[in-house]
Ligand binder design. Sequence first.
Ligand SMILES: *[C@@H]1O[C@H](CO)[C@@H](O)[C@H](O)[C@H]1NC(C)=O
Length: 322
Amino acid sequence: MELSNSTASTTALKPLLLLLLLLHYLSGSAAFYIVSDAEKIPESDVDLLEFPLNLEYLEAEFFSWGALGYGLDRFAPSLTMGGPPPIGVKKAKLSPFMKDIIAQFAFQEFGHLRAIKKTVPGFPRPLLNLSASSFATVMNNAFGKPLVPPFDPYANDINYLLASYVVPYVGLTGYVGANPKLQSSTAKRLVAGLLGVESGQDAVIRALLYERAMVKVIPYDFTVAEFTDRISYLRNKLGKGGLKDEGLIVKPAQGAEGRIRGNVLAGDKFSVAFDRTPEEILRIVYGSGKENKPGGFYPKGADGNIARSHLDDVVNYDLLNT
Ligand SMILES: *[C@@H]1O[C@H](CO)[C@@H](O)[C@H](O)[C@H]1NC(C)=O
């Protein structure tokens, strides 16, 4: 009697249990959709996704000002998140063809800033030094002597392309380096997508320069190819990560399959893109060879947890010595 009673009550409960399970399942899956992308991403992925904002801000401002004479403050002020305006950036003297391409790059960079900030919180635009003298300093360091007159990135198509050779490629190597460290598929998808377009930009810049490889960069006694060679050599030296950078014309042993001098795209011995760590990148864009010594394009340093962690080292060091 008792047994049949309990069986009956269990049978009666079954539909209710099923309903409860169903409700639980539905609310669970609903909660999954409410969670934003940022909350699904582990903290290490957030740091690795935020780091490239430093370079994307620089490229957005340099390309936008270069082609259009204005930057984020005019076209997309909310993207600056209140960060200070860049120093010394200006409109370049570009042919209509070059202006068209660079304007496209500019708006692509705005998109990249949006894509990253849609996924992670991000940080305000860091202080950027994009003055002509900032680029002139890079060129002087690349040649190991002052160029006379000082290199002016904004003077003409060739100079602007050479200045564009200086930074975007570094961002590209950063995306290649970040990818294997990422855990979430959201972050991997984003980095692959950013890398695709950044390498496309690099290919366009390099192809346009390659077309002019043997042209002298007036008024200097160096060709376009020599400039790219020197800049790449400088970046290898500052980055301290070995050979990860190659000019437009190389020794055959360094070209694809070790058998060709033309080097319109850089790559390792398997023609696979080189990778760089955030620290290597900071050493290069600070121009100091040290990830804890800001300068160059970032007078007050880059932002985000990775870059800040190295700047904190300096603060602690200073405190210990006072
Ligand atoms: C910008 O860079 C140039 C060249 O290195 C330097 O002379 C100038 O002082 C820098 N400006 C700021 C505000 O850091």
